[in-house]
Design a protein around this ligand. Structure first.
Ligand code: ADP
Length: 511
């Protein structure tokens, strides 16, 4: 057997060159595959019948095996197949390459392709098929659509006549919409070529506000909307509401939204004027009340003095018969009632104008109540038994004796007024946690629950008082007097079952 001698590789230059070429081809093939591996690019060739003859990187679940030999009609949705086939046929017929954006519905999963098709010719120049590159541009297209949509929204906003919009760089306004121009009365060119700056149309007193807004813009990227004014071209001022946001920091670009604030301002001004009117009307009423009450008191005091004089003389000299003496006593009683009413009105006027004040003296509350109960007993006995139930203890406090007497006088008076004849009234004085508690308890008509909350408002009277005289001022004044003493008042009552009014007052510490 003949053994072939080993021939060195260099002896076969042609074979080596071929191997070398093959290796290069494989390498460039590998590079090509690598480059396209993750790219949304499909490469394919089709014959004259538009059957796929080669495909690289088919879309979705397609594989070369499934695709080769088939047409688009075999593979994809009929509508999409018609679109693609028509484009490809045109290339086969005209021999001209084409590049188009095609939209494929893909049965509800739409996609956009950038499709480039070249005809393939044989050695004789006959077109025998096509080669194509299809790049999936769906993501980019959707991004473009979104961008277009938001641009359209922004344009709508800019064109709307409602919001004034300014876009600017540094100190300069580079764009102003029609709504803004209408608001300030300037031409677009005047604003946009820098002849009119936003500082120039802002009254100087707003410079500080503007400075703070610019600071916020630069630091936080937006500034809180704030109210200011612009000076119109005709010199008049327009109130506005302004908000702004930063578009870019370097260079500093911003967008500002300007709203005409005239209507709101007018409303506020009207509201303020109306409030002033009401306040001055109330002030006038209080002054009128105070002056009238004061003027009424003078003749009344004379009347009371004269009736006292008359009664005293009658008693001493027996100058009046029984009936006339009784008439004068009634006159005096009515004049006293009138005096009480005028005092109440004066108190209301004092409270409204903040002119009520109390004297501060050391008072023995126990003694004060003792005397008051005794006096009331004398006046109303025997219509109402009055019990004074006093727990032991000093009841010293700092306050105004006359004013506190007024409070308890009113409470006792009410207990008498709103109780049927014969029903007892109890005044209970106790001491707890450094406070005196005075409960005035009656067994009278009581107070309906809904009325209890409103009892301490001025001029309020419960619906069940019927013909009992009164003007609904006593409890209101009592509450104010007690609060000036650092105390308070509350009520517990049931309609038809009597009421308990409880006063609490801070006491001086025990010695
Ligand atoms: P006036 O007694 O002059 O109406 P007040 O301010 O003293 O005014 O009392 C306000 C209202 O509270 C009374 O109109 C009455 O409806 C109710 N009220 C006060 N005290 C009593 C009471 N002891 N029993 C029942 N109702 C009372």
């Amino acid at each position: 057997m003949r053994i072939r001698p080993r021939i060195p590789a260099a002896a076969y230059p042609r074979r080596d060159a071929l191997r070398q070429r093959l290796r290069e081809l494989e390498r460039s093939n590998a590079l090509f595959r690598m480059a396209l591996q993750d790219a949304p690019v499909i490469l394919f060739t089709q014959d004259r019948d538009l059957r796929y003859t080669w495909i690289y990187n088919p879309a979705g679940a397609y594989t070369p095996e499934r695709v080769i030999g088939k047409t688009d009609a075999d593979l994809i949705a009929p509508g999409d197949a018609v679109v693609l086939t028509e484009i490809k046929r045109r290339v086969l017929e005209t021999g001209a390459h084409t590049r188009e954006h095609v939209y494929l519905a893909r049965g509800g999963d739409p996609a956009y392709y950038d499709l480039m098709i070249e005809p393939i010719s044989d050695a004789l120049g006959q077109i025998i098929g096509i080669s194509a590159v299809a790049v999936d541009v769906t993501a980019q297209r959707l991004r473009d659509d979104q961008l277009q949509q938001s641009q359209a929204h922004f344009r709508r906003l800019v064109e709307s006549s409602v919001v004034g919009i300014l876009i600017g760089e540094q100190e300069r306004i580079t764009f102003a919409n029609d709504a803004f121009l209408r608001l300030v009365g300037y031409e677009r060119a005047e604003i946009e070529d820098g002849r009119v700056s936003w500082q120039a149309i802002t009254p100087p007193e707003y410079a500080e506000l503007d400075r703070r807004a610019v600071e916020q813009l630069q630091e936080l990227g937006e500034c809180e909307p704030f109210e200011k004014e612009y000076i119109r071209r005709d010199g008049s001022r327009v109130p506005i509401l302004l908000g702004a946001a930063t578009l870019s920091r370097a260079p500093f670009k911003w967008v500002a939204f300007v709203l005409d604030n005239t209507a709101r301002k007018q409303l506020l001004d009207h509201e303020q004027a109306a409030r002033h009117e009401v306040e001055s009307a109330l002030k006038m009423r209080d002054e009128f009340l105070a002056i009238t009450a004061h003027e009424l008191k003078a003749p009344l005091t004379v009347l009371l003095g004269l009736s006292d004089l008359l009664l005293g003389r009658a008693r001493r000299e027996q100058s009046l018969n029984q009936r006339d003496a009784q008439t004068v006593a009634t006159m005096k009683h009515q004049a006293q009632r009138l005096n009480g009413l005028i005092e109440s009105l004066l108190d209301i006027a004092r409270i409204q104008t903040g002119r009520i004040s109390i004297e501060r003296q050391l008072i023995d509350l126990g003694a004060l109540l003792d005397r008051l109960v005794a006096e009331t007993r004398e006046l109303v006995a025997p219509q109402h038994p009055i019990i004074f139930d006093r727990a032991p203890g000093p009841y010293m406090l700092v306050g105004d004796a006359a004013r506190l007497e007024q409070v308890f006088h009113n409470l006792l008076g009410n207990a008498v007024k709103y109780s049927p004849v014969g029903k007892p009234i109890t005044v209970r004085l106790t001491r707890a946690s450094g406070q005196a508690e005075v409960a005035v308890i009656d067994e009278g008509i009581g107070i309906p629950p809904a009325a209890q909350e409103r009892l301490f408002q001025q001029f309020y009277r419960a619906p069940n008082v019927q013909s009992v005289p009164g003007i609904g001022v006593g409890l209101f004044v009592a509450k104010q007097i007690l609060s000036l003493h650092g105390g308070d008042i509350s009520v517990i009552s049931a309609e038809g079952c009597g009421s308990t009014f409880t006063v609490r007052l801070p006491l001086e510490p025990e010695p």
